[in-house]
Design a protein around this ligand. Sequence first.
Ligand SMILES: [Zn+2]
Length: 316
Amino acid sequence: MRKRTTKTLLFLLSAALLTAFCLPAAAETTDRSTPPAWVVTVEGGPRENPITTPQEPEVPEKKDVKVPILLYHHITDEPFSNGNEISLISPYDFRLHMTAIKVNFTPISLRQYYDYVTCTDGSVTLPDNPIIVTFDDGYLSNYEIAYPILKELEIPATIFVVTDTMGAVAGEGQVNYSHFTWEQAKEMEDSGLIEIQSHTASHAALGEVSETDLVTELRKSKYEIEKNLGRECDMIAFPYGSYTEEVVAASHAAGYKLQAVVDDKTSEEDFEVNLPSEGVDGLTRMTIAGTMGNVNVIEIIRHAMAKKVIPISQQP
Ligand SMILES: [Zn+2]
């Protein structure tokens, strides 16, 4: 009898906890008849997306695990020119990289990392040797070349898209390389393997734009992603690694919970990895360039992981 009561109590308690903590955050509803949220905010103070002070959750000490985040861009066999090699890699090398990381690491999603870092009750764990794959800009090659490889190898990835150039076609004046469409984005997301997040509306260097443009870039891209994909957009990658304290504050206010930066390191010698105890603002990523194609990417990652991680609070 006593056992039964305990069981019932446990059940009720779990049900209460589940209700309290596990319901998905309600996605913003979007009504086409009213102006988008970012317009309202720019013109007359926030009515939707109210500016809230970000709350620092009390996070217990995290497992001291170093987490590398890789950053890819366009995948193509085109020869490199005009310094664009930083953002190109061949399909052959990309497949080699993905195979190598699948063998040497455990690929996890950026969402899983976020959940781990922000979890306060120890219920979210990380596997051994975690690694995260991301892409910036939203190139069609991500859909045509990377996505099938990622599916085959079951590697999750986050793609940060520039929302003004979704579906833009190369040669039509707007972009150098074609970008995937919202339909293709949706198809990738529906696989459960790919998550689409914001890389701003127009690929602006957020640290250099006006306050108004900053708010527009943050809120318009978030709005577009939520409207087209039907779920919350809460992560952003700052283009060019350009950001300031004001940018981070505005990003929080717009509803972004995780900020990734583009590593502007010129050499893989300078690459760094992330520590969960450092939170999810300004996550560092290693830009994997086509010129590294013949180098063992695993060695590059291991080299970065062997370095001491300097906590943000102690960085100059
Ligand atoms: Zn970019």
